[in-house]
Design a protein around this ligand. Structure first.
Ligand code: SF4
Length: 273
């Protein structure tokens, strides 16, 4: 049985830390065969620049896989908007339905492609087992079980969480990156520019550092409430239930709102779980 070791990356702080730890040989128990970034085509411009820089020195087997530009698809095939975890007043944001198509399936297809498997060819489970490394931090370890459940439909993939094994929280990752010192900091947050799981600080940052990405988010937000959107209640990208173009990003959220909306999370490919 051959073990094929894949690192999934999203480009944010945990994933950058894990990527570099592999690159520097700090995870001696494991070795990598390749690195895959399932790209929604909707990350911020600074995140793409960061990934380009990271990939220029962190290992030769970096792949990007994508099924297109999610922002464009949301605006042209508007039924997709129903899958976006937008906010409605007094209702918790639902799970993102876009992750599966735009990240998980893209990742799985790329793994199969790198193994030279054709279309619907049955996965040779007796010959190959895929170890998938995921950058989930120790403080987010509850997600590991949920990710395992989501991956259960691919029994040939074994998810492994090195940051959890090393009890590394997001704080430890930031500290590790500061000590590393060879990347411009702060590392941008990963996630679609129109992701509703953003704090005011994140929205402010996006508007300043990626005006085009912010404009896409405003357009997606506007489309959520067009008369033919089929939504029973009005839906918004901003958690306050105000159209994004006029939301006030200067107000800090309550800690309850931060916790409920998962503002500390990074979209590491399984963000909808
Ligand atoms: S970043 Fe947000 S919108 Fe994009 S796939 Fe993840 S949860 Fe969905």
């Amino acid at each position: 049985m051959v073990e094929y070791n894949v690192l999934h990356v999203g480009g944010g702080i945990p994933s950058t830390t894990l990527h570099l730890m592999f690159f520097l040989g700090e995870l001696k128990a494991w070795k990598l065969d390749c690195v895959i970034f399932p790209d929604t085509g909707a990350e911020s411009a600074p995140l793409y620049r960061h990934l380009e820089l990271l990939h220029s020195f962190a290992g030769p087997y970096n792949y990007t896989a994508s099924r297109g530009k999610l922002g464009h698809d949301l605006l042209s095939k508007r039924q997709l908007l129903a899958g976006l975890p937008a906010h409605s007043p007094k209702i918790s944001a639902p799970v993102c339905q876009l992750t599966k198509q735009y990240k998980l399936k893209v990742l799985v297809e790329k793994i199969r492609e790198t193994l030279n498997l054709k279309g619907r060819q049955t996965f040779p489970r007796r010959q190959i087992s895929v170890v998938l490394f995921l950058a989930v931090t120790y403080d987010e370890r509850r997600r590991a079980g949920l990710i395992r459940q989501r991956l259960a439909e691919y029994p040939w993939i074994k998810p492994v969480f090195p940051l959890i094994a090393h009890e590394m929280t997001l704080w430890h990752c930031r500290h590790w990156l500061r000590n590393y010192g060879k990347l411009p900091l702060p590392v941008p947050r990963s996630g679609c520019v129109f992701c509703p799981f953003r704090s005011n600080k994140d929205w402010q940052w996006l508007r300043k550092n990626d005006p085009q990405g912010f404009a896409v988010a405003v357009e997606v937000d506007r489309n959520l409430r067009l008369p033919d959107s089929q939504a029973i209640r009005p839906r918004y990208l901003h958690h306050s239930g105000i159209p994004l173009f006029k939301a006030n990003f200067d107000v800090p959220e309550s800690s309850e709102a931060k916790k409920r909306l998962g503002f500390h999370r990074e979209c590491e490919g399984f963000c909808g779980l």
